[in-house]
Design a protein around this ligand. Structure first.
Ligand code: SF4
Ligand code: SF4
Length: 218
């Protein structure tokens, strides 16, 4: 899931300052699951905005996903006299809404952080950078691109101490974790192979599936 967190309230206040009428929009999928922009957070932010902005008209709504035109279309009836949309989606959702309504400013209420998982209540960890060339099959299911502080692909830097990364003692050394995972899986031979060179020309990404295009066109 995509993980985000709300921007500082003062920054949101600065963003909305030029607009007298706003529509605050929540997102029902990742942003709800990571407690950043679902119905509860929409209500809380709306309450905070109402109390600080008596001179502004702020409406609120929620859609299941801000990255799907099917759901973004539902906003059409609500935005006619809205001066700006304050979105509680990830950056993907904000850009999708902005592309659908190019005549309206779409303001991000959240900072999109990463693709990750919830470790425990209130703690989320980054797991994947969506590099487009996944190597998890030979790293024991642990991503060095994302979870090694230096993004090393050819093994540890040598700076780990007691299993902790030299860049931050708060995080484990990903390469030490990879070693233990491969050992457990009897796959240590992967560590002796030449590292794969990543093809960074694939950024920014686009995925084209001709088979699906043909099906949808018929
Ligand atoms: S807009 Fe972002 S948060 Fe919402 S479903 Fe899509 S990817 Fe997830
Ligand atoms: S290698 Fe890492 S960043 Fe790339 S797709 Fe796999 S998990 Fe994601």
């Amino acid at each position: 899931m995509i993980i985000a967190e709300q921007k500082p309230f003062a920054e949101i206040q600065d963003m909305i300052a030029p607009y007298g009428k706003l529509l605050l929009v929540g997102c029902g999928t990742c942003m709800t699951f990571c407690s950043a922009g679902g119905p509860d957070e929409v209500n809380k932010l709306a309450e905070a905005l109402y109390s600080e902005n008596k001179d502004r008209l702020i409406e609120k709504t929620n859609i299941p996903r801000q990255c799907s035109m099917k759901f973004i279309d539902r906003l059409e009836k609500k935005i006619h006299d809205t001066e700006a949309i304050l979105s509680m989606a990830c950056g993907n959702g904000v850009q999708a809404v902005a592309s659908r309504f190019p005549e309206k400013p779409v303001l991000p209420a959240l900072n999109t952080r990463f693709i990750g998982i919830k470790e425990e209540p209130g703690v989320w960890t980054e797991m994947c950078t969506a590099c487009g060339d996944c190597i998890l099959w030979r790293t024991g299911g642990i991503c060095p691109v994302t979870r090694c502080a230096k993004g090393l692909l050819n093994g540890p830097c040598g700076g780990a101490s007691e299993g902790r990364c030299e860049v931050s003692k708060d995080r484990p050394c990903a390469w030490q974790q990879i070693y233990h995972a491969l050992k457990r899986l009897n796959m240590l031979h992967y560590l002796k192979e030449k590292p794969q060179v990543k093809d960074w020309r694939i950024r920014p990404g686009i995925v084209i599936r001709e088979d699906l295009r043909e099906v949808e066109a018929t």
